[in-house]
Design a protein around this ligand. Structure first.
Ligand code: SF4
Length: 160
């Protein structure tokens, strides 16, 4: 979904969005039933909990300095390939609720995208991805995260 602005090679070298500490554990993706089943086939120890129509990882307690790797992460990247959760396909973008409005924001953790001109990112989103993200969130409200200040708002719903 982001191929126009982010190369697969750049992503493959990074994997920052697949490893979490106690401060960004809220970022773990929401899986649909199919992707959850695929993860469990690969990693029988993966534990999930229901969230709305989807499933989230049941991570348990994480201490300071501890890192949690997504159970779908392998040496060669994500085992899910094209079946990655929607959250992962759009990261470093996130749909969030900010002051009662839905917004699309970009994570400061992804320097490759966050350092781009934000008007350029807005134009990219307005070409179709923003509409797709809002439509997805209409059907899957669990995809909407509360606003977190490590993100920069790029676009509000009404500015589509
Ligand atoms: S599902 Fe795949 S892309 Fe998403 S966090 Fe897990 S390993 Fe990374």
């Amino acid at each position: 979904m982001l191929k126009e602005i982010l190369s697969g090679d750049t992503c493959a070298k990074c994997r920052m969005c697949c490893v979490f500490d106690r401060y960004d554990i809220w970022e773990t993706p929401v899986f649909d039933e199919n992707s959850r089943n695929l993860v469990m086939e690969y990693n029988a120890e993966a534990k999930f909990a229901r969230k709305g129509r989807g499933f989230v990882l049941n991570v348990g307690e994480i201490t300071d300095g501890e890192l949690y790797s997504c159970p779908a992460l392998t040496e060669n990247g994500c085992v899910l390939g094209d079946n990655k959760p929607f959250d992962c396909r759009i990261w470093p973008f996130r749909i969030m609720e900010c002051d009662g409005k839905r917004v699309i924001a970009v994570s400061t953790l992804c320097e490759e995208i966050h350092n781009r001109d934000h008007e350029e990112l807005k134009t990219f989103l307005q070409k179709g991805l923003a509409a797709e993200i809002f439509a997805y969130a209409d059907k899957n409200p669990e995809a909407v995260k509360p606003y977190y200040d490590n993100y920069t708002v790029i676009l509000e719903e009404r500015s589509l």
